[in-house]
Design a protein around this ligand. Structure first.
Ligand code: ZN
Length: 251
């Protein structure tokens, strides 16, 4: 007997009947790759909340402590590999069953797993940027300077303090995000994976999809803000549910 029962078969039917499916992913996709979800009660780092650490005011006022936190994140990320959930989503795209991944994750693991159409709503930890001159480059640039003992990595063009190319609290979402709601409204299925749908504006996408007539499916461990309105919901880890889903779908 299939462990996720009827809902998994229903999800397989939704996907095969959908002309356009968008996956919306969050931190739950990557916890199985050993990357902690810093939000919430357990997310303290040196007694600071993630929302305070990962903020533009923190980067400006306390860049050394800011970069101590990000140096640790970069080191953890360097050891992380895509898990079965990332690989299953990439395979769904290869089979023509998923057209786009919109992710709140900044770890690049979807691309590492082979997903090609990925929009990173919160930017990426794989790159760094300079707000002074606009230079942008690989995070290895920061890595090398931090490993050499620098408290803060500096821009190779203008020597200003670099910033990870992630969207910090207090920053605007990337301009490309403006096109995402329209794409969500024109899809047939929004497949939400490993996200509690707690952070706007991404958290507002399911209701936009539903209003436009699309189905919304949720695969998550734990409750989400959209459970009551979702078309279907499967309680479980994405690294287990998505491979099980794949097994039900045409190769
Ligand atoms: Zn610069």
């Amino acid at each position: 007997m299939e462990p996720y029962g009827g809902p998994l078969a229903d999800l397989a039917s939704l996907i095969t009947g959908s002309r356009s499916t968008i996956a919306l992913t969050g931190a739950g996709m990557s916890t199985e790759s050993g990357l902690p979800d810093y939000r919430g009660a357990t997310g303290l780092w040196r007694n600071r909340r993630f929302e305070q650490l990962a903020s533009l005011p923190m980067w400006r006022a306390q860049p050394v402590e800011f970069w101590a936190f990000y140096a640790e994140r970069l080191r953890t990320l360097a050891r992380a590999a895509p898990n079965a959930g990332h690989l299953a989503l990439a395979e769904l795209e290869r089979r023509g069953l998923v057209q786009l991944v919109v992710t709140q994750n900044v770890d690049g693991l979807h691309q590492a797993a082979g997903s090609r159409e990925v929009f990173e709503a919160h930017g990426t930890l794989r790159e760094v940027e300079c707000l002074a001159c606009g230079w942008r480059g690989p995070a290895a640039t920061a890595h090398a300077q931090l490993d050499a003992g620098a408290g803060t990595p500096r821009c190779i063009e203008c020597e200003s303090i670099l910033k990870p190319a992630v969207v910090l609290f207090g920053e605007m979402l990337p301009p490309g995000f403006l096109s995402v709601p329209g794409r969500v409204e024109s899809c047939d299925l929004l497949l939400c994976c490993g996200t509690s749908l707690g952070v706007p504006p991404v958290a507002l996408l399911p209701s936009r999809a539903l209003r436009a007539g699309a189905a919304v499916a949720i695969v998550n461990l734990g409750p989400t803000s959209c459970d009551a309105v979702a078309t279907l919901r499967i309680e479980g880890r994405t690294g287990e549910v998505l491979p099980a889903l794949l097994a039900l779908l045409p190769g």
